[in-house]
Design a protein around this ligand. Sequence first.
Ligand code: CUA
Length: 402
Amino acid sequence: MITMPLAKPPRVRQLKVKKTHRQNSPAVSRRRLRRIGLIAALATILSACSGAGPQTALNPEGPIGRSIDDLWETVFIMATVVFVIVQAALIYTIVRYRSRKDDDSEPVQVHGNTKLEIAWTILPVLILASIGYPIVSGIFDVRAAAEGDDVLHVQVTGHQWWWEFEYVDIVDEDGRALVTANELYIPEDTEVSLTMTSADVIHSFWVPILAGKRDLVPNRVTNMTLIADDPTPPDEPHPGQCAEYCGLAHADMRLKVHVRTQAGFDTWAQEQLEPAELPTEGPAADGYTAFATCIACHNVLVEGPEGVEEVGPVRRIEVDGVSFSSALAPNLTHFGGRDTFGGASFDNNAEHLAQWLANPADLKPNLSDLNDVANGRILGMPNFNLSDQDIDNLIALLEGWD
Ligand code: CUA
């Protein structure tokens, strides 16, 4: 006979716990658990009543979004049919063959059924194949780079924590391409080919109403295509956001897609190519003096007495033979014309700007202590301890650049 040595009882550190009636009573904790469960369930159900949920893949506004939505619907219907059949068979079996008081005879014992086993192997294979084929071909369609004369090409560079858009087909007289940040403008009913990379870590471009997600990977080029059916109302662009956790301010790495008629888009693009005007008097002119701090990272195309010049560092990165604009911070040439700023997370108004300029990290978390301008690593705008006067002047300057 083998005897197990008795383990020495572990020394238990005595914790002084104040015992209360609540902690002791299982009925109370069960009641509390039930209450928490009820609140959680109610919150989940009531969230469906929210009318404003535009960041959804379920009301697509373009053919690519629709193809994804169609797939989801097909799979949902098939899954529902399978679920109902399996549950019905299960419930029928449980009820029909339950043990009865007046019958304690042993049920018929069976072992295996070749025909049935072949059937329940083949059937799921067929079901999965019929789901898998359209999904895989859909994935390839979504990832394909659009080609053709009518395609609008936009290069996207992901940054911690904002988006840079360069319209490589749209250039000014000097060959400078249109560059903007966080708010993408596209013409309706047009294939927009996004060629994407990242300046730092992996991000993911996601505008659910138009298309699926695609990662932006450092040192790699990825593609995706956007097509939007109709123009968006002026103050209701399609919302999107970074869908890959990319650090502290990932949640504030949002974006907007404004869809315009072709004519509306052309007008917007022409205006964007225009330089910002150099103010000569008033608070905006004083703001331009304070702006000297900003151009360590930000770019702006200004028209001054000596003509048009690009102010601020120009930075590009070469990835797989593609040259991407990779600025240290958003281009501010038409800042005043943007609805939002700070990774499309804050309405662009004087109040938010004043808060931002007083201390950016108060509005949006950042790691500006780790900035290294020389090596191109910017993790947020630092607090420059600007005076109230400078802040007012800078707001006058920036809001004037629309
Ligand atoms: Cu970029 Cu998350």
